[in-house]
Ligand binder design. Structure first.
Ligand code: CA
Length: 222
């Protein structure tokens, strides 16, 4: 999952980036509003974390602009001011949630997970695909009642496919949402990870859950 952070306090942006990367998210950062607006409109983000007080273009203006152009990416706004007026105007402008600074990192994580679920129509933090169970809060995977150990990258790919279950996901789409641009991209990186996950969740079972689509992609389907 790919998250765009628009925040001019560099130390805060960098700490959040580091923490989220450790959780397996791919992070883009914009340190001012102009860059943030450009990236929000051009990068394939799954969630945007948007500070309100920003140099050049403020967060509220960015939010209004991207909603006007039809970008529906969930937006979590950050504000230093815990004022009702900020919250109301932010929500009116199309923000999905709010977090007042300073915040605990765990709370940010919980909000991100909630936004992800809401956006994908997943009701709980657990996704079931046949007898495969993905617990997104605990980041645990089981199939047929047995725990399956995945590396952070394998987990990130499987979780993303689970959130988008029953949908055809092209290699390009998966690459855009799961890998850093600086990650030296071999076009078959997705295939490599899919093979590893298949070995862990599908190999010992008759019913396969990961389907290869003719042409270009994959689908997770029960
Ligand atoms: Ca700021």
């Amino acid at each position: 999952m790919r998250i765009l952070i628009v925040e001019d306090e560099r130390s805060l942006a960098d700490i959040v980036k580091k923490g989220l990367e450790e959780e397996g998210y791919i992070i883009d950062i914009a340190y001012n509003g102009e860059e943030g607006l450009y990236m929000a409109e051009n990068e394939p983000s799954d969630i945007i974390i948007l500070d309100i007080m920003l140099p050049v273009v403020d967060g509220m203006t960015i939010l209004k602009r991207i909603r006007k152009t039809g970008i529906q990416t969930p937006v979590l706004m950050l504000t230093a001011k815990d004022t009702v007026i900020d919250k109301v105007s932010g929500l009116d402008s199309g923000a999905d949630d709010y977090l007042t600074k300073p915040f605990f990192f765990d709370e940010l994580l919980a909000r991100i997970r909630a936004l992800t679920r809401r956006n994908s129509g997943v009701k709980s933090s657990t996704i079931e695909i046949g007898d495969l169970v993905i617990d997104m809060a605990a980041r645990e995977v089981r199939r047929g009642g047995k725990d399956i150990l995945l590396s952070p990258r394998e987990y990130a790919l499987l979780e993303y496919m689970a959130i988008n279950k029953n949908k055809a996901l092209s290699r390009t789409f998966l690459t855009d949402h799961l890998y850093d641009q600086d990650f030296n991209l071999d076009s078959n990186v997705i295939d490599v990870f899919i093979n590893r996950i298949r070995n862990k969740i599908d190999r010992r079972f008759d019913k396969k859950l990961i389907h290869t689509l003719r042409g270009s992609g994959y689908m997770l389907k029960g």
